[in-house]
Design a protein around this ligand. Structure first.
Ligand code: NAI
Length: 331
């Protein structure tokens, strides 16, 4: 039998946490033959709710779940973890300045970075979900210098999946027949959902999605804004955040990273930029990646037209600003 993998979920008493932990315990994240031990962290005001989640995990009698650590102690939570999904953070409340929210999250991610660096298993893979996801991941990277930068990522897979969903609805095709959209940049409303290289499986072979849609006005307009604004649309409808789809996409992100992407398919991940596609190095930026043997590689050589170029640069500028704001909170 396989050794259990230890999976940390921070903010585990929250909305996404509640949707995510049963998925992990059911093998959705790491596969149906991979036992897991869940580590759940939240803050003291949520300790009682966190304990309630732990009770439900016991009650659900998941065969793959070999243990549960539910704690408000960061060191206990991080000890020995192989995968860390960082969902906990400080939300933006009405009337709060951007700088104040940033400052709270910078201090959270700085201290959790140190705990992971000191106590996580070697080669721990980190996925940051909490917003501002790209910049939280960057702070985590800066304050965990011994964790390889390739092990620190942020979630843009939800946006990627949303883009697949929009194309499938528009063309009235199965979502599993659509692939290779790209989310570039920040997990924010400046992200660029790109269909220039996406394809759709049809009875007469694989076709470019853009050709099938045959409506550049939609591709360059409504499609982009729908994907960019989808989080807000869900909050408006549900009065709660998009927890189900965020949790599912977080599982997709880790599963593909660990087990590999299918041949001929790429996915979007927020990763440390090496300057590919003239994106400034040193930002956590969402790129198209393929994964194999537990490592991601940025897909190279895709053509970028003038429209796309502007969009790639705009979201990079926002991330450069966020980085500066985050650093100003450190001093
Ligand atoms: P939530 O407010 O329901 O849950 C957040 C949890 O984090 C709470 O239980 C809170 O007590 C906990 N928490 C706060 N500070 C913490 C700390 N220092 N350590 C550990 N836990 C802490 O929020 P929800 O809906 O679960 O969303 C979580 C985050 O994910 C938010 O930042 C949200 O903006 C972000 N998000 C990101 C998405 C993405 O695609 N990257 C998609 C949807 C949400």
């Amino acid at each position: 039998a396989k050794e259990p993998v230890r999976v940390l979920v921070t903010g585990a008493a929250g909305q996404i946490g509640y949707a995510l932990v049963p998925m992990v315990a059911r093998g959705i994240m790491l596969g149906p033959d991979q036992p897991v031990i869940l580590h759940m962290l939240d803050i003291p005001p949520a300790a009682e709710a966190l304990n309630g989640v732990k009770m439900e995990l016991v009650d659900a009698a998941f065969p793959l779940l070999k243990g549960v650590v539910a704690t408000t102690d960061v060191v206990e939570a991080c000890t020995g973890v192989n995968i860390a999904v960082m969902v906990g953070g400080f939300p933006r409340k009405e009337g709060m300045e951007r700088k104040d929210v940033m400052s709270k999250n910078v201090s959270i991610y700085k201290s959790q970075a140190s705990a992971l660096e000191k106590h996580a298993a070697a080669n721990c893979k980190v996925l940051v979900v909490a917003n501002p996801a790209n910049t939280n991941a960057l702070i985590l990277k800066e304050f965990a210098p011994s964790i390889p930068e390739k092990n620190i990522t942020c979630l843009t897979r939800l946006d990627h999946n949303r883009a697949l969903g929009q194309i499938s609805e528009r063309l009235n095709v199965q979502v599993s027949d659509v692939k290779n959209v790209i989310i570039w940049g920040n997990h924010s409303s400046t992200q660029y959902p790109d269909v220039c290289h996406a394809t759709v499986k049809t009875p007469s072979g694989e076709k470019p999605a853009r050709e099938l849609v045959a409506n550049d006005e939609w591709v360059n307009g409504e499609f982009i804004s729908t994907v960019q604004q989808r989080g807000a649309a869900i909050i408006k409808a549900r009065k709660l955040s998009s927890a189900l789809s965020a949790a599912s996409s977080a599982c997709d992100h880790i599963r593909d990273w660990v087990l590999g992407t299918p041949e001929g398919t790429w996915v979007s991940m927020g990763v440390y930029s090496d300057g590919s596609y003239n994106v400034p190095a040193g930002l956590i930026y969402s790129f198209p990646v393929t994964c194999r043997n537990g490592e991601w590689t940025i897909v190279q050589g895709l053509s970028i037209d003038a429209f796309s170029r502007k969009k790639l640069d705009l979201t990079a500028e926002e991330l450069t600003d966020e980085k500066a704001l985050a650093y100003s909170c450190l001093s």
